[in-house]
Write a protein that binds this ligand. Sequence first.
Ligand code: ATP
Length: 373
Amino acid sequence: MTTDHGGDVRLTGISKTYDNGFTAVRPLDLTVPQGSFFALLGASGCGKTTTLRMIAGLEEPTTGTVLLGDQDVTSLPPYKRPVNTVFQSYALFPHLDIFENIAFGLRRRGIKSVKKQVDEMLDLVQLGEHARKKPHQLSGGQQQRVAVARALINHPKVLLLDEPLGALDLKLRRQMQLELKRIQTEVGITFIHVTHDQEEAMTMADTVAVMNAGVVEQLGAPTDLYENPRSTFVANFLGTSNFIEAEIAGRAGDELTLRAGDGKLSLPAERCSADTGAGGKVLVGVRPEKISLTHADDAGTIPEDRNRITGTIADSSFIGVSTQYVIDTPLSDSFEVYAQNIERDGRLTPGAEVVLHWNPAHTFGLDADQDAE
Ligand code: ATP
């Protein structure tokens, strides 16, 4: 719909210390590629909304600059920035119908013939048949789509979304995630989306910045963050992880050999964010769904090249798509395993001795000295 999409959003050295002396955002550098769906993800209070508000111009940074393409917008008021924001609260005008809510931005600029553009927006958010209804006659999801259409009508170069789905129930939330993604793909502008919901960020975004205590802990594509977390915070925030304390015993090519208890584990060097020198302490992580279980009596059937540890099943629960096991091992208090296509081995019940094994490529290594979350 618009051809000039404004370039990347670049934050350099941006920070915010509020008047009461509290630092919500520590100096951070962040580049949001033009046309991407970018998520700022983190727990309540980590500074993601403050970051978004500094991009919008609603909050003045204490240090640093906000660039939009080549334009330094740091000192521009919100209405002069080619940016618009959608809030969780929708903020629709209750006395105006949907058409007029969407037309509002155009009318305020003195534009008289608004029909073509508003119809285009109604089509985009698939609400054409509701044009003459009032906001209260629409569902929460539909109202949020009106808010998106209203924010897009003036062709911003960046759309900021502050927990836009926070007020919706889970099912509607899932639908709206896909809907927002479709709208972003269609309009092609940059969306920066704030959420505390890791699944939401992973579903929607091309790139996710995980924030914690005012800093970006890690930035990357959702699969990269999930498979290659570089801190226990990111590993735990994006799903469940099992950890084993280990020590580097040696290196053969691209593969590290680790000592863990009496056993050995392999770890691709590129998947280790700790110091990889011999003797280095590493926290080895593996996701529950990457682990297979074999009864100890059948351990001989496990291929040689798999990482393995032994354990005893402490608990198991069938949760539909998979069976969830808790396993006591000498290396860790309890291991969680989600087994999906497990053969119907009637022996895999509490008390059974088992071997847990997985492909070394699904292992990640963290610095064991970092603060555990
Ligand atoms: P949430 O999802 O709860 O909004 P968030 O990650 O978006 O969390 P922010 O809203 O950016 O976090 O707030 C970060 C921290 O800054 C919080 O501890 C908050 O209490 C504090 N904070 C926010 N606004 C102000 C303000 N105007 N004055 C002082 N402290 C503030």
